[in-house]
Design a protein around this ligand. Structure first.
Ligand code: ADP
Ligand code: MG
Length: 323
């Protein structure tokens, strides 16, 4: 069991940012209104995620640490139309297998909470505890028991940069969730609940940038496109200003990025890139997000339809706005 989880861990957890991603996505699935992420040494020493979501009772908390225990899928047809962020039920056991793991959780109307401590996949203690409603998970000393993997962790700054990239992407996708990040005891980012994407974009990218963004929204043949487009003047030398999502999941998709860039083609010189936040939604059965648990890839059933809709709506919106 433990070995099996360690192997699975290699798939799910490659670095601290992957831990943050799995924990925060669970908090979002648990309908959290506020999520606080605290890190020590770029997450190498500690990742802690606290949410005010629905929490778990003692049985569910124990079950959550068993492989393939997901509360989110009950049938094969669910698997074909995945809507929640988690669906494999292997994140928590995988993380707990390669760290010192401490879970505290309480359901909103329960009197007492549950605390479970796991070390390298071995449950050390299960106890009743007083704690706030919601769930708090602390992951210390990632890969302490897998030296071969620990060796591959990068510098504090590199791991921190990966986490920050992830958090900004999540923040833009969930404007109505209060997100807070602490690094080495200092609050580095605070994104209070926003009522619109523009407001959240202001918090994340700066208010001047947000004010210059051009709203886009269109729908064609079941492909829905919505977001904010940077004016051509907001160009930069890298793709760091491009935030792409498919069904609200951040993706790194060449096809989609190419569609976007081709819409800016005549507006921005070669080697320069636009800024934009773009949410593409397609019916879940037309996209395969089950490609890999950590890589942000997707596979569309009908890529050309997606490309055409994205390119069409972006270039139409730009040409209207820039008239
Ligand atoms: P998955 O998200 O794929 O279902 P995970 O291993 O990430 O699998 O989580 C296992 C289960 O633990 C979830 O299905 C959920 O029921 C429960 N869980 C995990 N994190 C939280 C949380 N923050 N709040 C409430 N329940 C949670
Ligand atoms: Mg999950």
């Amino acid at each position: 069991e433990t070995l099996c989880n360690q192997i699975a861990a290699g798939e799910v957890v490659e670095r601290p940012a992957a831990v943050v991603k799995e924990l925060v996505e669970n908090s979002l699935d648990a309908e959290a209104g506020r999520i606080v992420i605290s890190l020590e040494r770029g997450g190498r020493s500690e990742v802690c995620v606290v949410d005010d979501g629905v929490g778990m009772d003692a049985d569910d908390a124990l079950l959550a640490l068993e492989r393939h225990a997901t509360s989110k899928i009950t049938s094969v047809s669910d698997l074909q139309a995945v809507r929640s962020l988690g669906f494999r039920g292997e994140a928590l056991p995988s993380i707990a297998a390669v760290s010192r793991f401490d879970l505290m959780t309480r359901e909103r109307d329960a009197v007492a909470g549950t605390r479970i401590r796991v070390e390298g996949g071995v449950i050390r203690s299960v106890e009743e505890t007083g704690c706030p409603a919601g769930t708090s998970i602390t992951v210390r000393d990632l890969f302490f028991n897998v030296p071969a993997r620990r060796k591959f962790l990068r510098s504090v700054n590199t791991e921190w940069a990966h986490i920050l990239d992830l958090v900004l992407r999540l923040a833009l996708a969930y404007p109505d969730v209060h997100l807070q990040v602490h690094h080495q005891g200092r609050c580095t980012h605070d994104f209070p609940k926003a009522t619109s994407l523009v407001e959240r974009a202001g918090q994340v990218l700066g208010h001047d940038t947000a004010r210059s963004l051009i709203p886009v929204r269109s729908e064609k043949a079941g492909v829905h496109v919505e977001g904010l487009l940077g004016p051509p003047t907001l160009q930069r030398a890298n793709t760091k200003g491009i935030f792409l999502y498919v069904n609200r999941r951040a993706v790194k998709d060449r096809v989609l990025q190419h569609a976007l860039l081709s819409a800016y083609d005549t507006l921005i010189p070669k080697g320069r890139y636009p800024s934009c936040i773009l949410f593409v939604s397609v019916p879940p059965e037309l996209v395969d997000v089950n490609v890999h648990p950590t890589k942000r890839e997707v596979r569309f059933r009908r890529p050309s339809q997606v490309v055409e809709t994205v390119r069409g709506s972006v270039s139409e919106t730009l040409s209207q706005a820039l008239q």
